[in-house]
Design a protein around this ligand. Structure first.
Ligand SMILES: [Zn+2]
Length: 268
């Protein structure tokens, strides 16, 4: 059904989707360029990769939009960035997936394993996003995994029952989506869902212990923003300076991919 050869058609579709997402306010201009690169690599690895990436992106963007009004009221002070994803966020979420797509392309013999790793990476990122959205939408006070004290809604490393349930359901639904577009086999759905939960849990643990924590001296509030929305430069009160939200998200997808690969190689 292809009108153009795949090496042309794939990037063209990726650019069109990225442009639409930029116009809809889901991506910044830089984010749209990064998404075009990730999408092009995915489409060249095969249509299932491209289809899963688009399905995942639509799901994650819809979830981000659905609760935006609620969320901004609840977390405007805390989260580092708004709903418009920039290029760092796109690479943090889609970089490992793109690397797996590249592997599948360069080493066709490993393509099935690379597909499980790539799907697990995106499922981890999606489960993490949907955990935050569900937890925020449901309400209730999350608590910090590090201090066991109640934390502000949206704080990295904070968990709630609703958020954790949302994480598990999202992982299963997204793994099923990867199966529906024929990226993975039916027997791999459970592996990819479990690997996704593993990555999202790693994200929470890393967020709780090592992610940079910042404080706005004007508002006397904890935040992840370097420049608080009130205009004050925040100072770091804990965690590692270089380990921001994007780095943690990247690690989330890397752990997901590694867990998926490991579970494949365990004899069953
Ligand atoms: Zn402030």
């Amino acid at each position: 059904m292809s009108i153009l050869p795949q090496p042309v058609e794939g990037p063209a579709i990726a650019a069109a989707v990225a442009l639409a997402a930029w116009r809809a306010g889901s991506l910044s201009a830089g984010g749209a360029i990064a998404a075009t690169v990730v999408g092009s690599v995915a489409a060249m690895a095969g249509w299932p990769w491209g289809a899963f990436l688009v399905g995942w992106f639509v799901t994650a963007s819809a979830a981000s939009r659905a609760g935006r009004a609620v969320k901004e009221a609840a977390t405007g002070d805390v989260v580092a960035k708004g709903g418009r994803r920039d290029h760092w966020q796109v690479l943090a979420n889609g970089g490992v997936f793109a690397l797996c797509a590249l592997l599948a392309m360069l080493y066709p013999a490993w393509a099935p394993q690379a597909a499980v790793a790539g799907a697990s990476a995106l499922v981890a990122a999606g489960a993490d996003t949907l955990a935050t959205e569900t937890g925020t939408w449901w309400g209730g006070r999350p608590w910090s995994l590090r201090t066991f004290a109640p934390a502000a809604v949206g704080t990295s490393g904070a968990v709630s029952a609703a958020g954790t349930a949302g994480m598990a359901v999202a992982a299963l639904l997204l793994a099923q989506m990867a199966r529906t577009v024929d990226m993975i086999s039916a027997g791999e759905v459970a592996v990819v869902a479990a690997a996704g939960v593993g990555g999202a849990l790693a994200d929470t643990l890393i967020g709780a212990w090592w992610q940079a924590r910042r404080w706005c001296p004007s508002c006397h509030k904890e935040t992840e923003q370097n420049l608080h929305r009130c205009g004050t430069v925040t100072r770091r009160t804990g965690g590692m300076a270089w380990l921001g939200n994007d780095a943690v998200n990247f690690l989330c997808t890397a752990v997901g991919a590694a867990a998926g690969t490991a579970m494949l190689t365990v004899p069953r």
